[in-house]
Design a binder for this molecule. Sequence first.
Ligand code: GMT
Length: 379
Amino acid sequence: MKIGIVCYPTYGGSGVVATEIGMALAHKGHQVHFISYKRPARLISFQENIYHHEVTPVDYPLFEYTPYESALASKIVDVVKYSDLDLLHVHYAIPHAIVAFLARSILRAENIDIPVVTTLHGSDITLVGRDETFSPVVTFSINQSDGVTAVSNHLKEETLNNFDVSNEIKVIYNFIDFNRFHWTNKDHFKKMFAPEDEKILVHISNFRKVKRASDVVKVFKEVHDKMPSKLLMIGDGPERPNIERLCREIGLCHEIRFLGKQDAISEILAISDVFILPSANESFGLAALEAMACKVPIISTNIGGIPEVNIEGETGFLSNVGDIKDMAKNTLKILENPELHETFRNNAYKRAQEFDLNKILPQYESYYEEIIERSKVSI
Ligand code: GMT
């Protein structure tokens, strides 16, 4: 198949999933055309069957806001026509689903039919999409898509409960590529952060408010009061200055390292003992799945789709949002008992295998085929 993928190229989960799907499809021989305003962050090296089409909105003195949507729609029209795409897969509803609808309408006027699959990822439904500024557009564009997927049962339910959706929604979970995410012995690397063999807690996110990354620091303080430990904070985003301030206030700067955006996530996870995910909302929690693939147990909240991934008392523990004491208690329970820690590590790895790329990717492929067939019938 020739597939167009529209996504955010940044470090957010939707862009990561979109890029991983594209790379895996290309590896299986499909032709994949990424359409985004920058090269997707995870598209690091040249790969056969992958093309990238950059959207470059034109600036003009009249525009206070550059009309990115129009530029994207025109680029999609161009790529569908000249690369002869079979299907367009757009990730994150805003604005990609409505732009795909626009591009599809333009192409229909030229007798070209391009089926559109929209994947809902999270905040496009649970946060920003619900705002009245966007919700009529989100509802319309979901209903107009030829196929719709959500990354968890919880996200599907949230969509049905909060938008007037008549279209069917298929759940296809996030997945993990074990070729890139797996545990390896990195003891020499661990020594750099934990020279006295301290336990390493880790958090990875884009430091938006919804991630409650300051809770990670508060949990760490409680743990650090009881046992020698270090905290690695990976990623970057709007809340980082506040969190760094908190570290200074509690006097633990020397025990907490902010490593910024990193590509070698698997190596960092391989030296980590526990992953902390205290989000106020999380449709799936891809970062947790990546940690589990590297045998890292998860201390998380019990919100959104997280319980579909992290299993209470097996792969980690789940607490109410903001319950620092409970998260700290659970972290200590795992870290103070080496046998239990090892069991949780193995359980996390086993659970991650259920989301193996090789199991999930065929679900996308057969869904694409179904949508292409269905749209041929309806022409
Ligand atoms: O919050 C993020 O990290 C970005 C966000 C997005 O939509 O780009 O991620 C969402 O999509 C991921 C991939 O499907 C999910 O694993 C995340 O749980 C989800 N984030 C939220 O729901 C907050």
